[in-house]
Design a protein around this ligand. Structure first.
Ligand code: IMP
Length: 200
């Protein structure tokens, strides 16, 4: 049996403002007070694990221990089929120290070249960890295809090159609410909610 979340408050173990907005919106119906690791001035641990789940666990446990509150972390990225799953857990690192996603998207374009497989999927591992060391972890995905050059100024990260299956627009062109309803984060989140949350 997964552990239920019964506390009034949790820490979002991320310093990425795009993710804070998406996850805070997803948590709103549950009446949970949300603070971010950035707001609390918590350090950002190095992502030293080899999987999305491993890194999500590492970040959630570090924040739960430091804040003495339950912590929710997200580790996510883009897995490109023609690149053997790269950038994968290195998705943020492909943007370099300046977090330049124009650069990261150009690198995907250059490495993929004329590869016939344009498929890709976003992955999101979500971990809810408690200060006593327990956690619940869920993995969400969304499949689609890549397009170059990037299209649309909405969203963040690799959104402008990703067209979800069954749609014509990239995540960067789409209404954010539409993206949030179908994203890899929404998928992982609905698993988390079904397992651990009750409506407020
Ligand atoms: P991390 O989970 O903070 O290590 O970084 C994940 C990286 O994957 C982000 O910085 C983005 O580059 C990329 N990413 C994850 N989710 C999304 C998304 O919904 N849209 C676009 N890029 C994403």
């Amino acid at each position: 049996m997964p552990r239920s979340f019964l506390e009034p408050k949790l820490v979002l173990a991320t310093h990425n403002p795009g993710k804070v907005v998406e996850i805070a919106a997803l948590l709103e119906p549950f009446g949970v007070e949300v603070v971010s690791a950035g707001d609390l001035g918590l350090p950002e641990p190095d992502e030293t694990e080899a999987t999305f789940e491993g890194n999500a666990r590492l970040k959630a446990h570090a924040a739960a221990r430091a804040a003495n509150l339950p912590a929710l972390s997200d580790d996510s990225g883009l897995a490109v089929s023609g690149l053997g799953g790269a950038p994968g857990i290195y998705s943020a690192r492909w943007a370099g120290p300046d977090k330049d996603f124009t650069l990261a998207m150009s690198r995907v374009d250059a490495e993929l070249g004329e590869h016939p497989d344009r498929g890709a999927h976003f992955v999101c591992a979500l971990t809810l960890a408690w200060p006593d060391g327990h956690d619940e972890t869920f993995l969400g995905t969304i499949h689609g295809t890549l397009t170059f050059p990037p299209r649309g100024g909405r969203g963040f990260g690799y959104d402008p090159i990703f067209i979800p299956e069954g749609y014509d627009q990239t995540f960067g062109e789409m209404d954010p609410a539409q993206k949030h309803a179908m994203s890899h984060r929404a998928d992982a989140f609905s698993q988390l909610v079904a397992a651990c949350f009750r409506d407020a």
